[in-house]
Design a protein around this ligand. Structure first.
Ligand code: NDP
Length: 450
């Protein structure tokens, strides 16, 4: 029977979640179109995880080159060329974008390179004025950096622009103490920039385990990064030589910087999307409200990913897109399990965490036991690098289950991904103990904590 609609599914937003939902729905036999106003790939591919991780690799060579001398390599003075790294990273992003577009084309998803807005429960309007109808509409437009409002705020940039900088700033101020702030602080510090993190509170990475984030703070300070805590912005002025003078409400002197990056969280990108025309309810911060099946208050409209402000992580958006497409078009109903989602901060050194932090466990469980291993990785010892790693197991005192693993140290996210399986599987501490250590590794500490 011919459908009354132009498409079975119209996806707005070609990021990680939208692309997954579109291609899987199409593979299930749905007629799918996807509108993307900018570049296919969204935040993660174009201006987030992927180019950021490549910059993290690029920055790490500063340590690797210095350490190599202690390992016997005669390394002449090494120079860093930002333009080479920047352009190679941007070229890699462009390559992946083409791969993503190919995936859509191969799966017969019609990509429309225009902005689309919602004009009714089953209708969207494209930027050129065309109106199209669809049985279901999926909102996957993601989120956008929050820009604060104070005098001179327009002098700051966001992570969107960082990947395109003409040169590495000599002095960089970063507003915020979360993921993006700590990742870019590490990157630019290793490029030789004088970095200052400015945060409204006296904490960094509030959702991570307190001991782990304290360790990052300690290592960052030792490395020479600066922090201005409890420092609300008052105003920013541009001075004669083009640099910025940042006035903060912490009682300290104004901060001089060549660039200021806002990393103050990301807000759902719903303004102007027309969702009110279809009766879609939004939260106060603009997030699309959805039920456990990703359905909004308009039954034919669904939403996934950062625009719903549940867990702002790429693999979660991908999973939500997969489950949406399987449930609605593949006759395979399911729901995303939000328990024990591993996460990482690609700081220097990086952090990985899964499950409950110690304080969460103490609030939620009756009895809790924690085990820590505080050690200097072998490579750091020989390199003369006075940086200690810290691993922590949080254990339910009654059931003996390991309910959280938190780590900071070289390769922590790589190790944590495998360890997260044990937490998800509700393995007990005794089962960790039963595993023979793989020596010499850092990861062996996970089975040696007593
Ligand atoms: P985060 O939520 O990580 O951190 C926001 C920071 O800004 C916090 O230090 C917070 O302070 C501060 N802040 C929040 N709102 C305001 C405000 N109105 N005024 C002043 N300060 C404020 O945000 P990011 O921008 O760093 O990252 C956005 C999201 O992107 C992350 O939440 C994460 O989900 C995702 N992301 C994930 C990455 C990864 O997986 N490795 C990497 C980068 C981003 P305080 O906490 O002290 O109140």
């Amino acid at each position: 029977m011919a459908s009354q609609f132009d498409y079975d599914l119209f996806v707005i937003g070609g990021g990680s979640g939208g692309v997954r939902a579109a291609r899987v729905a199409s593979a299930h036999g749905a007629r799918v179109a996807m509108a993307e106003e900018h570049r296919v790939g969204g935040t993660c591919i174009i201006r987030g995880c992927v180019p950021k991780k490549l910059l993290v690799y690029g920055a790490h060579f500063a340590e690797d080159i210095a350490d190599a001398r202690r390992f016997g390599w005669n390394v002449p003075k090494a120079d860093f060329n930002w333009e080479v790294l920047r352009d190679n990273v941007l070229a890699e992003v462009a390559r992946i974008e083409v791969v993503y577009q190919g995936i859509l084309d191969n799966n017969k998803v019609e990509t429309i390179h225009q902005r689309a807005t919602v004009t009714g429960p089953n209708e969207v309007q494209l930027a050129d004025g065309t109106r199209v109808t669809a049985g279901k509409i999926l909102i996957a437009v993601g989120a956008w950096p929050y820009i604060p409002d104070f005098e001179g705020a327009e002098h700051g940039i966001t992570s969107n622009e960082v990947f395109h900088l003409a040169e590495v700033p000599k002095r960089l101020a970063i507003a915020g103490g979360g993921y993006i702030a700590n990742e870019f602080a590490g990157i630019f510090h290793h490029f030789g920039t004088d970095v200052t993190i400015i945060n409204r509170s006296d904490r960094i990475l509030r959702h991570y385990d307190a001991q782990i984030r304290d360790r990052l703070l300690q290592i960052s300070i030792m490395a020479g990064m600066k922090f201005r805590f409890n420092a609300p912005f008052e105003r920013v002025e541009k001075v004669g030589d083009g640099s910025l003078r940042i006035h903060l409400g912490d009682g300290g002197d104004p901060l001089e910087a060549d660039a200021l990056i806002y990393a103050l969280g990301r807000v759902p990108k719903t303004p102007g999307l027309g969702l009110e025309t279809a009766g879609v309810d939004l939260a106060r911060n603009g997030a699309v409200l959805v039920n456990a099946d990703n359905q909004t208050t308009c039954p034919s409209i669904y939403a996934i990913g950062d625009v719903t402000d549940r867990v702002q992580l790429t693999p979660v958006a991908i999973r939500e897109g997969q489950v949406f497409a399987d449930s609605i078009f593949g006759d395979k109903p399911g729901r995303v399990d939000y328990e024990d989602i591993p996460s990482a901060v690609f700081s220097h050194p990086p952090i990985g965490g899964v499950g409950m932090t110690e304080s969460e466990a103490r609030n939620r469980l009756g009895s809790v036991r924690c085990y820590t291993s505080d050690f200097r990785p072998m490579k750091n010892v020989l390199a003369g690098r006075n940086e200690r790693a810290l691993y922590k197991l949080v254990v339910n005192g009654e059931t003996e289950e390991v309910v959280g693993i938190h780590m900071i140290g070289p390769d922590a996210p790589e190790i944590l991904q495998a360890a997260a399986i044990a937490v998800k599987a509700r393995l007990k501490k005794s089962q960790f103990d039963a595993v023979v250590a793989l020596h010499p590794t850092m990861a062996e500490e996970l089975v040696l904590m007593r």
